[in-house]
Ligand binder design. Structure first.
Ligand code: NAP
Length: 284
């Protein structure tokens, strides 16, 4: 049984299965979520609940965050009972959300002024990888907190890699998600084209899976299309956020611009559904 007490903020599609890995690994865990009802799943497993980020930080050794976007991160740090309102020092705060490098640099500086450490540690992989502790985790920040946090992050991922200074993890993640957007749009267009030519989607997916271009993403999202199940594992609205963040960081290539247009146009109708619901938007 590990003695360290971990605090967790953010119990959405990813946060719940990721936090569960720490319970399974025997850590003491306390959780906070803006909508308190979502903490129930973790309470049932023995996690304590906290009423604010401040209370969570003061009562734990390290805090891990997995929330939507820059705005959520700013609020969690700077609100009245936010992380920065606590006066304990020497703690490591790990932000695993996909956010801009800019918000990481800003929050890291504020944490430093309070005597705490900040790491950006976004993840590649989705709910399935979160459930099995096989995410890929890219970390930005100082070496010292990285080495202290690495063995803990390894409970969530099959690969934990330090990629540079604060914000570097965010930049790596934005690069990867640009490719993800291209894959999703490409898969959707390929399926629709083949279907138009009379090729059954199941047959096409079988061919792709056995060809050099087959991959885990195609398998999972192909199955979703076949079963007409677009419940969000990775909500389409989040890829729009990520493509906009990548654009703000200077990604202005033709494919990235096309993908942003496609997903932004799909967002109003399909934003809460899975990224692969883009197939419905393109078909329309
Ligand atoms: P999600 O299901 O939409 O959950 C979002 C979480 O953020 C919820 O806990 C939500 O709290 C919280 N939140 C949102 N706005 C907030 C605010 N202003 N203040 C406090 N909490 C706030 O998202 P997710 O799919 O778990 O993704 C989380 C992050 O991981 C995102 O940055 C996403 O891009 C990234 N990511 C997702 C996947 C995936 O496959 N899903 C994969 C890799 C990375 P409430 O419950 O109160 O709304």
């Amino acid at each position: 049984m590990e003695e360290i007490h971990i605090g967790w903020i953010g119990l959405g599609n990813m946060g719940i299965p990721m936090a569960e890995q720490f319970v399974k690994a025997g850590y003491r865990l306390s959780v906070y979520n803006r909508s308190q009802d979502k903490a129930e799943a973790l309470s049932k497993l023995g996690a304590k609940t906290s009423s604010s980020p401040k209370e969570l930080l003061s009562s734990t050794d390290m805090v891990v965050i997995m929330v939507s976007d820059d705005e959520a991160i700013s609020q969690i740090f700077t609100n009245e009972n936010g992380l920065l309102s606590d006066n304990t020092t020497g703690k490591i705060i790990i932000n695993m959300s996909t956010v801009s490098p800019g918000v990481s640099i800003e929050m890291a500086q504020l944490c430093k002024e309070k005597g705490n450490f900040y790491l950006d540690a976004p993840v590649s992989g989705s709910v399935k990888q979160a459930e099995t502790g096989t995410l890929v985790i890219m970390v930005g920040g100082e070496e010292k907190p990285y080495h202290l946090a690495k063995s803990i992050l390894e409970k969530l991922g099959k690969l934990v890699m330090h990629v540079g200074a604060i914000g570097s993890g965010n930049n790596a993640k934005l690069a990867i998600n640009s490719l993800l957007a291209l894959y999703a749009q490409g898969l959707a267009e390929t399926i629709l084209f083949a279907k138009d030519k009379g090729i059954e989607t199941a047959d096409l997916l079988n061919l792709i899976s056995n060809a050099a271009i087959g991959n885990v993403f195609t398998k999972i999202k192909g199955d979703a299309i076949l079963s007409d199940n677009y419940k969000a594992a990775f909500a389409l609205k989040h890829i729009v956020k990520d493509l906009k963040l990548a654009q703000a960081e200077g990604l202005a290539t033709p494919l990235a611009q096309t993908a942003l247009n496609t997903f932004a146009n799909a967002e109003e109708q399909f934003g809460e559904e899975d990224i692969i619901s883009v197939v419905k938007a393109i078909k329309r």
